[in-house]
Design a protein around this ligand. Structure first.
Ligand SMILES: Cc1ncc(COP(=O)(O)O)c(C=O)c1O
Length: 534
């Protein structure tokens, strides 16, 4: 585990990294203004906010400082463009009003948010720490090194690359690293050169054809896979010749023997494991075995469940890092950092992954790397483990609460942070109708396909729910049962408004109003950013 002294040697950033495990003094709940629950979850925004900022007894003072910082920052913005300042304030008001069950969203701590709003944004720093195309990058080097060391220590990875601007970028870096190592490198060696610029035209033409002939195997979209796993609307589907594995039509679960059969037939260069909407855990040891048998490289996209890996809820065969040569993630979902991506890899992939810029990225975003460093430092604290456990306990409570009210769930439950509701089977609604009705009831969700979805990917038959955000606010299992009751009541009071439209719906106004009141009560007990008054 890297120490703060291994990555920093002077003052300004030290308070942020000093809180690696062991340095934490604040007991969640002792430091902040609301006291009660962030605690169970190690919530970054309620009682534990002070500790998220590295605080202990300094918690209340830091909370006040955060409030002042945001208030003042908005004054400065408003002096130039008041509309933007108003929208920023309005977003906080909206987020405070709505019960957020979007599985891919969370609430980053003020420390994470504040690390982004500064002059690091102004710096160009193409390259990697110590090897830049620009002069004057010492501070960016420090920030990138801190983030990298935290990522390696947090996930037990041999190498980390923290520059990707988003999840899609992280996946692109990963895919091109595999292509560079397994397709480009052998051809360079054969031609006796070290750089593509030195290839004779004929060999370059051959290499370009070769890039385009490679195969991928990934999870189908309706089973919960992601567009970046080789689907035609995304660049990954234009780069690779892709085939999908789905789920068992009876159980909704991944059938590993079917995946192995497909892999043997298709012989892909890359097998992608990971999901956006699969409510169960994946066995990465089994995926690794399949990949090895067919000579594929396993790339795991843990964008959704990185927080559960960080919090050690997913361990052993369910932790992708020991099993996959390349693992990608977003930093803003269950990991609770800034919007962005990271790539973790085994050492032999490091030189290829590190060429993300200029392969598919331009200059890094140093201010976002700073925020990633802060978020990763937070995720290394013991209370993040409690948070991750609570995410799953809450998802199970939500699933149970829905089921006991007669709601049908894809796979019949959850192992992770996702609950996928089959609203067509449960309520005779499309996902689009249910999503809109739930918003009327004060609950923000997003519609999602279910396996073999008869309503297609736009209207869908499902609604995806996730617990990372409410868990950050400090919600516990009893409250998730009440959330389940609100959702079931709202959807039982909703019907399609016409026989032909998959979008129009009608919800009983009184029920919607009552649901909104119940949401408001829950949110009043778990105020978002309680320390911040604008
Ligand atoms: C599994 C998975 N991978 C990649 C992404 C893309 O992330 P981003 O929106 O940051 O590009 C997502 C986003 O939803 C995702 O769920």
């Amino acid at each position: 585990m890297p120490t703060a002294s291994g990555t920093t040697d002077s003052a300004p950033l030290d308070p942020l990294v000093a809180g690696s495990p062991g340095a934490q003094t604040g007991v969640p709940g002792e430091t902040g203004p609301t006291g009660s629950q962030g605690q169970a979850a190690g919530g970054a925004l309620t009682g534990a906010q002070g500790s998220a900022a590295g605080a202990g007894k300094a918690g209340p003072a830091l909370a006040e400082a955060a409030s002042t910082a945001f208030r003042t920052a908005l004054q400065v913005v408003a002096a130039v463009e008041p509309g933007v300042a108003e929208a920023i304030g309005g977003e906080l008001a909206n987020q405070r009003r709505q019960l957020k069950l979007i599985a891919s969203e969370n609430y980053a701590s003020p420390a994470v948010l504040l690390a982004m709003g500064n002059w690091l944004s102004d710096k160009y720093a193409e390259g990697t720490a110590g090897h830049r195309m620009y002069a004057g990058c010492e501070m960016v080097d420090r920030v990138e090194t801190i983030a990298t060391e935290h990522a390696k220590a947090l996930f037990g990875a041999e190498h980390a690359y923290v520059q990707p601007h988003s999840g899609i970028d992280a996946n692109l870096v990963a895919y091109w690293a595999v292509l560079a190592k397994r397709v480009e490198q052998p051809l360079l060696e054969e031609a006796g050169v070290t750089h593509v610029n030195d290839l004779p035209q004929q060999a370059w033409d051959r290499l370009r054809r070769s890039y385009g002939e490679q195969r991928m195997l990934g999870m189908s979209l309706d089973a919960g896979g992601h567009l970046t796993h080789g689907f035609r609307p995304n660049i990954s589907g234009k780069m690779f010749d892709q085939r999908s594995y789905g789920v068992d039509p009876e159980t909704g679960l991944v059938d590993y023997s079917a995946v192995a059969r497909q892999a043997r037939e298709w012989r892909p260069l890359v097998i992608v494991a990971g999901y956006s909407a699969y409510p169960r855990n994946l066995n990465f040891a089994t995926f690794a075995e399949i990949a090895e048998e067919v000579g594929a490289t396993l790339v795991v996209d843990m964008a959704h469940f990185a927080g559960l890996v960080a919090g050690k809820v997913l361990a052993g065969d369910f932790d992708p890092v020991p099993w996959a040569p390349v693992v990608t993630s977003t930093t803003h979902k269950s990991l609770r950092g800034p919007r962005g991506g990271i790539v973790l890899c085994q050492q032999d992939y490091a030189p290829f992954v590190d060429k993300g810029c200029p392969m598919v990225l331009g200059g890094p975003l140093p201010h976002v790397m700073a925020a990633k460093a802060v978020a990763l430092a937070e995720a290394r604290r013991p209370e993040f483990t409690a948070y991750a456990r609570s995410i799953v306990a809450n998802a199970k409570a939500l699933a149970l609460g829905l089921q006991k009210r007669g709601v049908k769930l894809v796979t019949g439950g959850t192992d992770n942070h996702i609950v996928l509701v089959d609203v067509a089977a449960s309520f005779g609604l499309t996902g689009r109708q249910a999503e809109s009705a739930l918003l009327d009831a004060g609950v923000v969700t997003n519609r999602n396909s279910v396996p073999a979805d008869p309503n297609g990917p736009w209207y869908t038959s499902g609604v995806r729910l996730g617990t990372p955000a409410l868990t950050t606010l400090g919600f516990g299992e009893a409250e998730l049962d009440e959330v389940a009751a609100i959702i079931a009541d709202a959807l039982k009071a909703t019907s399609p408004a016409s026989a032909t439209s998959k979008a129009k719906y009608a919800i009983d106004a009184k029920v919607a109003e009552a649901c909104r009141r119940r949401c408001a009560e829950l949110l009043a007990a778990h105020r978002l950013y309680p320390e911040i008054e604008l």
